[in-house]
Design a protein. Sequence first.
Length: 276
Amino acid sequence: MSTSADAVPPAPSLPLLELRRLSVHYGSVAALCRVSVTLPAGEITCVLGENGSGKSTLVAVLSGLRPHDEGQLLLSGEPVRFRSPLQARSAGIATVWQDLAVAPLLSIWRNFFLGAEPTRGVWPLRRLDVDRARETTVRALARVGVTQVDPDQPASTLQAGARQSLAVARALHFGARALVVDEPTAPLTVAQQTLLLQAIVEARTQGLAVVLVTNNPRYAHLVGDRFLLLAHGAVAGCLTRDDVDAADLMRLMAGGEEFSALTAALTALHSELGDR
């Protein structure tokens, strides 16, 4: 009879996605240089950095737009090299792009099911199951916080945040294992940003490994579990919520001491203007 001392502890679970000394080169320029990071399931990893830091290249590698040149990309511990977005999607990695591509004149439910519409009946009498498609779309959108939607309306009627949420809802419905969200280029209102963050949190709740690429440290700290800071294609920091607060992230992104000096200067200037 074995004792508790003889019991073998359970093996630690592998991160869903992992980068090991991964590099991407464009000619002589290293867009990513020996980047190592783990992206666990059920957590949101926020990727922050200035323009040119390597964020877009990281999204390209994870989404299958650009295969890496050196190092390894592991999915559940197995090395993978995506050579197309279709390969990445087939592996369970869904990407929400900056400029979300929707067919604006098609209905919301058709955008949701595009290429995978439900049918009923058998050949040669098989036909599109429109009622089921509508109901599923409304239910999936409500799951990520988008309510009171007419699924027959054109997708162009959705606000910016809801369009991104539509992509998140579609990823959840079709069984994605990881979600990569490239921050929208169009400015979002607070309500639209809140809607998108709610959808991202729902993806984490469903156990997906979420990668949120953003330039907004305050929003990042609201939802992020981990923070990957990139600079000139390399890892400048890999932190958790216990390591930093929102103010720390702002200082790190703005250059630390330079940000503090700028804040002090602006505070003094406002005081001087107030005394006049």
